[in-house]
Design a protein around this ligand. Structure first.
Ligand SMILES: Cc1ncc(COP(=O)(O)O)c(C=O)c1O
Length: 386
């Protein structure tokens, strides 16, 4: 296998062994995507449920996004001054996100969450943070090789949907600068947990950060905060915001966001305007078309179909995890999950074995039904061998 790129590819979740549990036998590299379909380097066509790890919610190559990006490309991409598009997109985004008064843009989700934590640390003059979920690869939220122990010690994890875990950590780990949570981890959050998060942070002047990188522009434009009516102090969005182009953002209360100017948060290409144009086109599309309803409908149909397959193939799959808009099958074991993903690929379906499969605005009822037919065929084949 090609050794030029350590790990085969720069995006971990796109490695063959992550996708299929094996390095060979499945598609490895692609050339093109459109709507919810993908073509590999052998010219084979697949229906996709991975959707670029949730980075695309309108569908690949969405016409309005492509047109906006092409225009921005022709308009020069970058320059010495901040672009008008930065201001316009910031205003639209702030108006879309709960509690959004001010906005800063970034290129990746990891960078944006790190910036939100830096803002919280600057604002509170505290160092420690509590986290719940995945927040990117940067030092502040990782441990293990290459991450200084002293950095890792500034963070502690709390359990999802567990007010008791939050309460204990807030007491034992004080003083805390921020609590950073992903609002969906294999399940929807309970209203009680979100309420506990809001109350516990407000009462001790801790910054509450919702990492809505997967959930914003998917379950609602304003993510779980909008759906559940709980407003965090800072909200981090990315992925679907650019429909595949590299853009992420932090938004929140103006006086808190001002802390971004008291520390060093800046990058050369934060203001390139191809991605800003794409994000603006995405925001316009969510305002003018029933994107959220479309994703919910596709998700509901997919989720119900998966539920049925769990009852039909109990020796292969145990349960459906997640919520309709982002879900996956829990397989009986690792080998079975690999066999299903590989067999599904051979039947023209790219399916994620772990969190998450994402439905998009491009997944029509007909396509969802075809996904379920191909998946059932793969489950049936694996069921016969196990
Ligand atoms: C909730 C969440 N936060 C942060 C990140 C990191 O984003 P990126 O991979 O764009 O750096 C991800 C990526 O999967 C994510 O799902």
């Amino acid at each position: 296998m090609d050794q030029t790129i350590p790990g085969f590819t720069s995006t971990r979740s796109k490695r063959p062994e992550v996708l299929f549990g094996t390095r060979t036998g499945g598609p490895t590299r692609m050339t093109r995507s459109e709507g919810c379909r993908v073509w590999d380097d052998q010219g084979r066509e697949y229906i996709d449920t991975v959707m670029a790890l949730g980075a695309v919610a309108l569908g690949y190559g969405h016409r309005a996004v492509v047109a906006a990006a092409e225009r921005a490309l022709r308009d020069g991409v970058v320059g010495p001054l901040p672009p008008v598009l930065e201001q316009e997109t910031a205003e639209l985004l702030a108006a879309t996100l709960p509690g959004g008064e001010a906005v800063r843009f970034f290129k990746t989700g990891a960078e944006a969450v790190a910036a939100a934590v830096r803002i919280a640390r600057t604002y509170t003059s505290r160092d420690r943070v509590l986290t719940c979920g995945y927040h990117g690869w940067l030092d502040w939220c990782q441990d293990g090789p290459g991450v200084p122990k002293q950095v890792a010690e500034l963070r502690r994890e709390i359990a999802f949907n567990d007010p008791g875990s939050l309460k204990r950590a807030m007491a034992e780990f004080a003083p805390v600068a921020a609590v950073v949570v992903e609002p969906v981890i294999d399940a929807a959050p309970t209203a009680a947990w979100l309420r506990a998060l809001r109350q516990a942070t407000s009462s001790s002047s801790v910054v509450l950060i919702f990492d809505e990188i997967k959930t914003a522009f998917r379950i609602e434009a304003g993510g779980m905060a909008e759906r559940m009516g709980v407003t965090p102090d800072l909200m981090v969005v990315g992925k679907a915001l650019g429909n595949g182009l590299p853009i992420a953002a932090v938004s929140g209360r103006r006086e808190l966001m001002e802390a971004a100017t008291q520390t060093m948060i800046s990058s050369t290409l934060a203001t390139e305007y191809v991605s800003l144009a794409a994000a603006r086109a995405v925001l316009d599309t969510y305002r003018t078309q029933p994107v959220i309803d479309g994703i919910a409908a596709a998700g509901g149909r997919f989720f119900a179909g998966l539920d049925l397959l769990v009852t039909r193939y109990p020796r292969v799959v145990r349960a459906v995890r997640g919520i309709p808009e982002m879900c996956y099958l829990e397989f009986t074991d690792e080998a079975t999950s690999s066999a299903v993903a590989l067999t599904a690929a051979h039947r023209g379906l790219l399916l994620k074995r772990t969190a998450y499969n994402f439905m998009s605005f491009a997944h029509s009822d007909q396509v969802v039904d075809e996904i379920l037919v191909r998946l059932e065929s793969a489950l049936d084949a694996v069921n016969r061998t196990c």
